[in-house]
Design a protein around this ligand. Structure first.
Ligand code: DAH
Length: 372
């Protein structure tokens, strides 16, 4: 550096005073020194880098362009030397800035890589396994028990006709027993009006007519009623029907079957009692209550402190039903029962509202995935 002259000789130059902090000294050296110091500290982020770059080489306000702009204020004989020193400084600064740019870029790539990194040592995520609906769980358990007792599983249409849903089950037309099973009619004008079945009992008719006696079947399935829906009443629900027609079948067989079944289902010895009632398709008819398996009959909220749970309608198959299905009531007798699956699920799992079974809400349904 031989030429330190220009600013000392022209200290009043507006550029000179702007370019050196104290308004003295050589502007090129000043800019270079300031840059080296700042750049030497390094930049920790892109914004810091951009600020540094703008400050020195920014086209509008950069200190380096300002050096060149100042040239025209110099005496012409100094311009050449000043210009070449300014060029050298510019080259150094630009090179240094390019290096910093590469550094910033590298650091960003590294940061991105780390953010996206896969930690292969983390435990894997288990895929979510689906599960059975609580009513399906109950249905399958009941099916297993009856299959072991020699029953087969039958199925029937949900869109039934009046003949199978009522008439052949010994509900005469206009009989008041029909009122307790109001339903949704699909075609009232059909020869036998079409309706959504109100119970699974029509499967008794279909199976017995088709297969004849002896017969031992259960028929689980969905049924419909014209109900006002609330926490304990649904318009769509599920039942399981059972029908046994053999020689010499009596109410004692029905009672024994229930005791077997409830004991197997609830996993503890369960007594059964009959309460006489009326259903057109049985004679005699009975509501079946089981000794509450949750409190062993001592009384608890589930049995409303009575010690008994009413779980099914049942009876000895009415001779008119056997006859309607082509079976001789003098030769064969039978028993039948029907039970609500949703109610059993509600008792078993203690949830507050039947409608939860139809909502399809995962938060509710996923609680049963470990069952069955
Ligand atoms: N089907 C009847 C109902 O839904 C229940 C029922 C009662 C079924 C007695 C039967 C039975 O098989 O014998 O209310």
């Amino acid at each position: 550096m031989t030429d330190e002259g220009p600013e000392k000789e022209a200290p009043a130059s507006p550029h000179a005073s702007r370019l050196t902090p104290n308004g003295t000294g050589d502007p090129v050296d000043g800019v270079l020194a300031a840059f080296r110091e700042e750049a030497g500290r390094g930049v920790s982020s892109r914004s810091e880098f951009e600020r540094l770059k703008g400050k020195y080489v920014g086209r509008e306000k950069g200190l380096v362009p300002a050096l060149f702009a100042g040239i025209r204020n110099l005496p012409s004989q100094e311009r050449g030397a000043f210009g070449s020193r300014a060029n050298a400084a510019k080259a150094e600064i630009e090179e240094s800035i390019a290096r910093l740019a590469a550094e910033v870029e590298l650091r960003e790539i590294e940061a991105r890589r780390q953010a996206q990194a896969v930690d292969v040592t983390l435990p894997g995520r288990r895929p979510v396994a689906g599960g059975f609906h609580p009513v399906t769980i109950v249905r399958r358990r009941i099916e297993q028990i009856f299959l072991r007792m020699g029953y087969s599983i039958a199925d029937g249409p949900e869109l039934e006709n009046d003949r199978h849903n009522f008439e052949m089950l010994n509900f005469p037309p206009d009989h008041p027993a029909r009122d307790s099973q109001d339903t949704f009619f699909v075609d009232r004008k059909a020869k036998s009006p079409l309706l959504l079945r109100t119970h699974t009992s029509p499967v008794q008719i279909r199976e017995l007519s088709r297969r004849g006696a002896p017969l031992r079947v259960i028929a689980p399935g969905r049924v419909y009623r014209n109900e006002s829906v609330d926490a304990t009443h649904a318009a769509v629900f599920n039942q399981v029907e059972a029908l046994v027609v053999e020689r010499g079948i009596s109410m004692a067989d029905l009672k024994g079957t229930f005791e077997e079944f409830f004991t197997a289902f609830f996993g503890r010895e369960t007594k059964v009692r009959f309460i006489p009632t009326f259903f057109p398709f049985v004679e005699p008819g009975a509501d079946v209550a089981a000794h509450c398996p949750f409190c062993a009959g001592k009384g608890c909220p589930k049995c409303k402190h009575s010690g008994w749970l009413e779980l099914a309608g049942s009876g000895a198959v009415h001779p008119n039903v056997l006859k309607a299905c082509g079976v001789d009531p003098e030769e064969y007798t039978g028993f039948a029962f029907g039970m609500g699956l949703d109610r059993v699920a509600l008792l078993l799992y203690e949830f507050p509202d039947l409608r939860l079974l139809l909502d399809g809400d995962e938060r509710f349904l996923s609680q049963f995935t470990n069952e069955a």
